[in-house]
Ligand binder design. Structure first.
Ligand SMILES: NC(=O)c1ccc[n+]([C@@H]2O[C@H](COP(=O)([O-])OP(=O)(O)OC[C@H]3O[C@@H](n4cnc5c(N)ncnc54)[C@H](OP(=O)(O)O)[C@@H]3O)[C@@H](O)[C@H]2O)c1
Length: 283
């Protein structure tokens, strides 16, 4: 059984390849990557695979039985890119596609949901067996702001008192590897989130506890938060995105208590305290 992993040079993809290597021979894994020179350390075969180059994709998928389609990070381009991959997979005879979608993609107000939902629809209509991993927020999305919070003395955001059930990237990667190497997942849509939810006030309290500094959570209106992020040098699209995703969080879009992620990986998800500790190692 040959397992293809797209986006294998990315942060999630690297972890998935490593988790797969614990469960199957490296000979059974192929990394399908846009930038092959970044993949030389993965320890598996690599094939050039750019979602935006449809002419490349069918041949690259020859011999792949099970495909993990890690969603592209090119927001706005994802639906046509994923369409290219699904069409090529069909022509190449791929038997099963596992796709990394978004938590509650069908009801989420996150502006990212549309492209994921469109991809889920294409998958369902493709006739290929599929599994949808609706991944919740990576804890690292928030712990990336730990250095900034320490420098500025406050954790900033627009999520108000939202309950956030994030998990570490490594948890989502392990779930993908488990699904790809075990039975009974075809046709399933999993809502994957952390076991324990926290608010950004809780997160600021945790940072304070671990550093001995007094870091408070400061909730800001969306436009003000976006403007501050831009003043820190973040690209406009990302700054606007982060602020709007926090507002969606405040509507409950990053929360789920189904514990399907810990059920898949057969262990508790990584607590936010551990992700904070990890971030502090390099802060
Ligand atoms: N759940 C969350 O909180 C969350 C947060 C951020 C992103 N995401 C989504 O989850 C995905 C994986 O997360 P991540 O942290 O691993 O993201 P990442 O580190 O940015 O990795 C993205 C991967 O996608 C590849 N890629 C981008 N455009 C491509 C194209 N046109 N053709 C082929 N490959 C392409 C990149 O290849 P290169 O190495 O060549 O750039 C990279 O390997 C992201 O792409 C995004 O869709 C989820």
């Amino acid at each position: 059984m040959k397992i293809g992993v797209t986006g294998a040079t990315g942060q999630l993809g690297r972890l998935v390849v490593s988790e797969l290597q614990k469960r199957t021979s490296s000979d059974n894994i192929v990394a399908l990557v846009r930038t092959p020179e970044k993949a030389s350390d993965l320890g598996v075969a690599t094939v050039a695979f750019n979602y935006s180059k449809p002419e490349q994709l069918e041949d690259a998928l020859a011999g792949v039985d099970n495909l993990l389609l890690i969603s592209s990070n090119e927001i706005g381009q994802r639906a046509p890119q994923h369409k290219n991959v699904i069409e090529a997979a069909k022509k190449a005879g791929v038997k099963w596609i596992v796709y990394t979608s978004l938590l509650h993609a069908d009801t989420s107000t996150l502006n990212l949901a549309g492209e994921h939902l469109a991809t889920e629809k294409m998958l369902k209509e493709s006739g290929i067996d599929y599994t949808v991993l609706r991944n919740g927020w990576y804890s690292e999305n928030y712990t990336a702001s730990v250095p900034g919070a320490l420098a500025g003395g406050a954790f900033l955001g627009s999520a108000a008192n939202a309950k956030i059930a994030s998990a570490a990237r490594a948890d989502f990667a392990e779930a993908a590897a488990v699904v790809l190497t075990s039975e009974n997942h075809k046709g399933k849509v999993y809502e994957l989130a952390g076991d324990e939810a926290y608010t950004l006030t809780d997160l600021a309290t945790e940072i304070s506890k671990q550093t001995g500094k007094d870091i408070a959570y400061k909730n800001l209106p969306e436009a003000e938060y976006a403007a501050i992020l831009k003043s820190f040098g973040l690209p406009e699209g990302l700054a606007d995105g982060l602020a709007s995703w926090d507002v969606s969080a405040s509507k409950g879009d990053l929360y789920d208590n189904g514990k399907q992620l810990s059920a898949l990986i057969d262990r508790a998800t990584t607590p936010i305290s551990a992700s904070v500790a990890e971030a502090l190692k390099t802060a």
